[in-house]
Ligand binder design. Structure first.
Ligand code: C2E
Ligand code: MG
Ligand code: MG
Ligand code: MG
Length: 281
């Protein structure tokens, strides 16, 4: 009996594996087609300054508007894009699109607005990434200070010395740099001190439910750590009034999350900023 079971198990795993590999190949082929056919769209989630309540920026989040399957979330295709290298053209498209949005907002008279894009370590490692970025900014006539690049702490810490060099080049361009999902990537403090970044973004897992003390102690510690390093601190995934009150009380600089707004179309974002919609006190 054990033997049959073992064999069945093996078959199960090999069929499962086959299916996964097959799906992966399908996804890879359709992903490159999708980029070409303009099926990718950006949503923009507002970022709010906690002192003024003003919308000071937005994070560009990619979605795939699939003609048959509908909207597909990035968690389902970014990992494949990273493995296959398709993240490079996809990421370039995201930056180009975000710069276009900044340009359009500037023409509407919206000044000093910052759009952040998520960067994969694979993009960061590309030769001449900084040169190409500079060319894109120039082509759109966008002030580099209006573009922010978010890289996750764990991706930075995979090759901290390479990351340090790449971030230095980007910093020299004048773009803003941010460490995403902070607290989950095991930074050594010595590296953290060396990275030429402007913001740390507290991973949303630490906000948890406000009743849960352990998490909140970490949130407070991250805010203090950031401020001691002269960095600004933003909290992601803020969903409740209690979380918001906690962040305000402890001097967090900015927030983003469903409590204020999910990701919006470019037009809705522009409208929100033009009307000066604010976070209530
Ligand atoms: P992230 O950069 O940490 O983005 C935050 C994610 O949290 C987004 O999910 C956002 O929609 C979600 N979120 C925002 N507010 C809340 C909230 O209040 N509650 C909860 N539960 N979630 C909230 P999304 O859009 O599904 O993106 C997931 C991840 O995919 C992003 O995590 C980012 O790592 C990656 N990603 C998205 N766009 C890009 C891109 O253009 N390039 C790269 N390389 N990665 C991207
Ligand atoms: Mg991010
Ligand atoms: Mg994040
Ligand atoms: Mg996160």
């Amino acid at each position: 009996h054990a033997k049959t079971l073992g064999k069945n198990n093996f078959q199960f795993f090999s069929e499962e594996l086959n299916r996964i590999v097959h799906d992966q190949l399908l996804l890879e082929a359709s992903l490159s087609r999708a980029i070409r056919d303009h099926e990718m769209v950006l949503g923009y989630q507002p970022k709010v300054d906690l002192r003024s309540g003003k919308v000071v920026g937005a994070e560009a989040l990619v979605r795939w508007r699939h003609p048959v399957d509908g909207m597909i979330a990035p968690d389902r295709f970014i990992p494949v894009a990273e493995e296959t290298g398709l993240i490079v053209p996809l990421g370039e498209w995201v930056i180009d699109e975000a710069c276009g949005a900044l340009k359009a907002m500037g023409m509407l008279g919206i000044e000093d607005f910052v759009i952040s894009v998520n960067l994969s370590a694979r993009q960061l490692r590309q030769r001449q990434f900084a040169d190409r970025l500079a060319a894109t900014l120039e082509r759109h006539g966008v002030d580099p200070r209006q573009l922010e690049l978010e890289v996750t702490e764990s991706q930075l810490m995979d090759h901290p010395d390479d990351a340090l060099a790449a971030l230095g080049e980007l910093k020299a361009l004048g773009v803003r740099l941010s460490i995403d999902d902070f607290g989950t990537g095991y930074s050594s403090l010595s590296h953290l001190q060396k990275f030429p970044v402007d913001y740390i973004k507290i991973d949303r897992s630490f906000l948890g439910d406000v009743g849960h003390d352990g998490h909140l102690v970490i949130t407070r510690a991250i805010i203090a750590l950031g401020h001691n390093l002269k960095l600004k601190v933003i909290a992601e995934g803020v969903e409740t009034r209690e979380q918001l009150a906690f962040l305000r009380k402890h001097g967090c600089d900015e927030m983003q999350g469903y409590y204020f707004s999910p990701a919006l179309s470019k037009e809705t974002l522009q409208d929100m900023v033009t009307r000066d919609t604010r976070l209530p006190d």
